[in-house]
Design a protein around this ligand. Structure first.
Ligand code: PLP
Length: 471
């Protein structure tokens, strides 16, 4: 049979070359590409009977989508918290697909790559060796995993095996936090804890970090045990809970301490900023994203947890003889939600070895310096109001427009800024005000980018502030 698949097999080298050329062209133009674009695409390719082969599929992709690709990995994409891809991370990611190894047990190098990458990361972050680290698909899955093991621990305190009996055997478990990321309540929903079991504790005035004395009071008045989610880098203002104080309370009252350090964990790369994480090495579980500040491609994050038996109790593939006995032999798949999994660690392995502690220190400190620079110019500009001091890599601000118009004005402004293609940021609400966030976590971002983005931001702000102030 004249199968396209057989034909492509013969031309694998050429197909890789075509793909490499496409990638190179994309990357060499990423500085000029729009950071964001609202696109409408008519996706109407019919499922082909015979197939067109890889080369024609690439051509079809170029035609259909080529004009709608954006520089989300570029230097002026400041929306959400979105890292880029370092050159070495791209090498590792490409090889990951070329080899297609399943990173589970010792049946290939993939297992050792993951184990070694976790060890490298622990060194980078200054985390103790006793944490079991595993790659998962993102910080949401990492938070899910930490909470799942925390839930198992809470059950154990009460003589209940939740992995076996389910949450029905332990009603009323509460998760406490100050300013939790939305993925926490999502994970609670998935875990059967229920979103309504999230207790948001008071935060300090003009801050997003928990009020430790309010937590202490809560613990004195309510019967646990609880799970507490510490925030090490909130998305609006990158505020940090006082983790060292949380550790003391945990030791006194007994709760599971999970730290969501999705991007804030990278403060550990800098001698100047690592104090923000003081005490995190004593947490029960820690979430750190890789596809944000580590600048590896989507989808990669790590869960670090220091209770391996509880972790296996939750995630083991019990009774699947063909997967082996979880107690007899370590296998990643018995410790995390995913079973079959790509070699997520390899892009990180490449990037960590390629750039070292020094490279990541520079990356983190450079982004922080640039965020502060942007914060300073906005603060000096009467069109803007800086809503919080720039603590790390996020600038949270709004337009200088009071009253009812503020919402509409900020929306109109953000739409115009993002439509410019020069820079992309996201909307938020901070301290009850419509606000804008610029999150700088990309290795490509430079002073030139901040200047360029600010010029666009300023010109559009003048227009909109005038319109709403003198309308
Ligand atoms: C991004 C983020 C998450 C969710 O991460 P995903 O990688 O998108 O799943 C969770 N917590 C914090 C603090 C984050 O910044």
């Amino acid at each position: 049979m004249d199968l396209k698949l057989q034909d492509d097999l013969k031309h694998t080298d050429q197909l890789l070359q075509l793909t490499k050329d496409f990638s190179s062209k994309f990357l060499s133009a990423i500085d000029k590409l729009a950071a964001d674009k609202q696109v409408e695409i008519n996706c109407r390719v019919a499922m082909p009977d015979k197939g067109m082969g890889g080369a024609a599929a690439l051509e079809m992709f170029r035609q259909q989508y080529g004009n709608s690709l954006t520089a989300a990995a570029g230097p002026r994409y400041w929306g959400f918290v979105t890292g880029g891809v370092t050159p070495a991370a791209l090498m590792g990611d490409w090889l990951t697909s070329a080899m297609d190894l399943n990173s589970s047990d010792k049946s290939s190098a993939a297992y050792y790559v993951e184990t070694e990458t976790i060890a490298l990361l622990k060194e980078l972050f200054g985390l103790p060796a006793e944490f079991l680290g595993c790659f998962v698909s993102g910080a949401t899955m990492s938070n899910f995993t930490g909470l799942a093991v925390g839930r198992q621990w809470v059950g154990q305190q009460q003589g209940v095996d939740i992995a076996a009996e389910g949450m029905a055997a332990l009603p009323g478990l509460k998760v406490l936090s100050g300013t939790p990321h939305s993925s926490i309540s999502k994970a609670m929903s998935m875990l059967g804890l229920g979103r309504n079991s999230l207790v948001k504790l008071p935060v300090l005035e003009n801050r997003e970090c928990v009020d430790i004395s309010a937590l202490k009071q809560y613990l004195q008045l309510n019967k646990g045990p609880f799970i507490y989610v510490a925030n090490a880098g909130t998305v609006n203002t990158v505020d940090f809970d006082d983790i060292a104080e949380l550790v003391k309370l945990r030791d006194e009252y007994g709760f599971w301490l999970h730290v969501d350090a999705a991007f804030g964990g990278f403060a550990a790369c800098s001698d100047q900023w690592k104090f923000l994480l003081k005490g995190w090495e004593k947490a029960d579980s820690i979430t750190i994203d890789a596809h944000k500040w580590l600048n590896v491609p989507y989808d990669a994050a790590m869960i670090f947890c220091r209770h391996p038996q509880l972790q296996t109790a939750v995630f083991q593939n019990a009774g699947a003889a063909y997967l082996g006995d979880p107690a007899a032999r370590f296998n990643f798949i018995n410790n995390i939600p995913e079973n079959s999994r790509r070699q997520r660690a390899l892009p990180a392995w490449f990037s960590l070895l390629a750039y070292g502690k020094e490279g990541y220190r520079w990356l983190v400190e450079n982004n922080i310096a640039l965020a502060k620079q942007l914060g300073n110019v906005l603060e000096d500009d009467p069109n803007f109001i800086l809503l919080a001091p720039v603590r790390l890599c996020v600038v949270c601000f709004t337009l200088n427009i009071a009253g009812e118009d503020a919402d509409a004005a900020v929306n109109e402004y953000l739409e115009a800024v993002n439509a410019s293609g020069v820079v992309c940021m996201t909307a938020t609400v901070y301290a009850g005000k419509p606000a804008i966030r610029a999150a700088l976590v990309n290795w490509r971002t430079s002073e030139k980018d901040v200047t360029m983005a600010y010029e666009t931001m300023k010109a559009l702000a003048e227009k909109i502030v005038n319109k709403y102030t003198y309308a």
